[in-house]
Design a binder for this molecule. Structure first.
Ligand code: BT5
Length: 260
């Protein structure tokens, strides 16, 4: 993967700009700085290696050289998109999931921001906003996808099992440029339908643990336990608790685990 191969591969997509790095701290940091100085909509920062890749809540995202996809997409939302921005994580998750399905894999979305293959994490999403007063000026959507085996962190690094496209396919995965192209194509297509019921329905159909009991850790002393029912129209997760009561989990720094 290099700047030329990426530019060639992405030339058919109407992206805003591209910054490629052999090695970088975090593509999200670079994208936040670029967005603050006028990056165009759908500009992309991508790196072969991240030395300070970030997850949510200062967690680390492992991106060793030559093995994963780590990129950040800058969005400048139009007025039409603004009412639907809470769906952005779903838009990103769906796009990664569709790129996996194109390879013949059966992805699931672990709400809110993980993509699973065979119950193991193969991709994560980190969304950060730049505010202008009370409005979101732009969003940076960081996506990390484990493409080749070497992108999977050692197990002591993990709270949840991880895998790669290569491991899940049982054969060599496609070039990272091709995976990126498929993710971006799906993203651009779904963004046109950001406000539709179809997006929520497709996202919901891909939810991991649907109908199963899960625990939601919100940082409070006790986790919330319930069965996964589906999604609200803003992308919040709907559970049913032991008293048959519906519980809505809003976005935030929550983590979801299957109940033991
Ligand atoms: C995420 O956070 O899953 C969001 C990951 C976003 C990474 C992208 S890469 C491009 C852009 N630039 C950045 O700096 N970040 C974004 P979270 O749900 O908090 O999960 C983090 C946890 O996932 C860590 O604490 C590890 O346990 C685990 N993890 C780290 N690296 C992993 C990997 N390569 N594969 C699977 N799990 C990983």
């Amino acid at each position: 993967m290099n700047e030329n191969s990426l530019k060639k591969k992405l030339s058919k997509l109407n992206i805003g700009g591209l910054r490629y790095f052999d090695s970088i701290g975090s593509t999200n940091d670079e994208a936040l700085a670029w967005a603050a100085t006028g990056a165009r909509d759908l500009s992309i920062v991508i790196a072969d290696e991240q030395t300070q890749g970030r997850g949510r809540l200062s967690r680390k995202w492992f991106t060793p050289k030559g093995s994963g996809l780590a990129f950040s997409l800058i969005l400048r939302p139009s007025a039409a998109l603004r009412p639907h921005l809470s769906r952005t994580v779903g838009l990103a998750a769906l796009s990664i999931a569709e790129s996996c399905a194109l390879l013949g894999l059966a992805p699931r979305i672990k709400w809110p921001n993980d993509i699973l293959l065979n119950g193991k994490k193969t991709a994560g999403i980190l969304i950060e906003n730049i505010w202008s007063g009370d409005d979101v000026d732009s969003l940076v959507i960081g996506m990390g996808v484990n493409v080749y085996k070497d992108s999977v962190p050692p197990s002591e690094f993990l709270q949840f099992p991880a895998t790669s496209l290569e491991d899940s396919l049982g054969k060599e995965a496609p070039a990272r440029e091709d995976v990126l192209f498929n993710i971006l194509s799906a993203f651009i297509g779904w963004r046109e339908r950001m406000g539709t019921d179809e997006l929520i329905k497709t996202w919901e159909d891909l939810l991991a643990f649907r109908g199963e009991q899960v625990q939601i850790h919100t940082g409070e002393e006790f986790p919330i336990t319930g069965g996964v029912l589906g999604l609200e129209s803003d992308g919040s997760l709907r559970l049913r608790d032991a008293h048959d009561k519906s519980i809505i989990i809003r976005f935030g720094d929550v983590s979801l685990r299957p109940s033991a």
